[in-house]
Design a protein. Structure first.
Length: 132
């Protein structure tokens, strides 16, 4: 049994893509050139904390079917937020190993004042960096 909180939906607009038992818990909708996917679970925490192969397979299939690009720098996952002329990166090490990567840009770790290109991330950690 996956370690997920399941939220279910009654679809008004969109197309069902995932069910839990008899209930819809995932859908996709399109508007113009964009697509929105709504999955009624707390996947992020579960995927990083517990080994749940079924959920992992579902997410890999979803990424493949939708031709989504994985946001990765080596073994690190990344998310970025842009505000005005600043870019903040959240570099996530989802593995149980120490990860060292060389970035193709300079950054500074938040609350530090050093320009860096190499990053070391502890197992299951998140680094918050400002791209320079």
């Amino acid at each position: 049994m996956p370690n997920l909180y399941i939220e279910t939906y009654e679809i008004i607009k969109g197309k069902e893509i995932l069910r839990y038992k008899k209930d819809v818990c995932g859908l996709i909708n399109e508007y113009g050139k964009g697509k929105v996917i709504l999955i009624g679970t707390l996947i992020g925490h579960s995927i990083l904390t517990y080994e749940d192969k079924d959920t992992e397979k579902f997410l890999e299939k979803l990424i493949d079917v939708l031709s989504l690009r994985k946001n990765k720098i080596g073994k690190l996952l990344y998310r970025r937020k842009i505000y005005n002329n600043s870019e903040i990166l959240f570099l996530i090490n989802p593995t149980n190993e120490l990860v060292n990567e060389r970035l193709n840009f300079e950054y500074t770790e938040i609350f530090e004042d050093k320009k860096l290109k190499d990053i070391t991330a502890e197992p299951f950690s998140v680094k918050v960096c400002i791209k320079i």
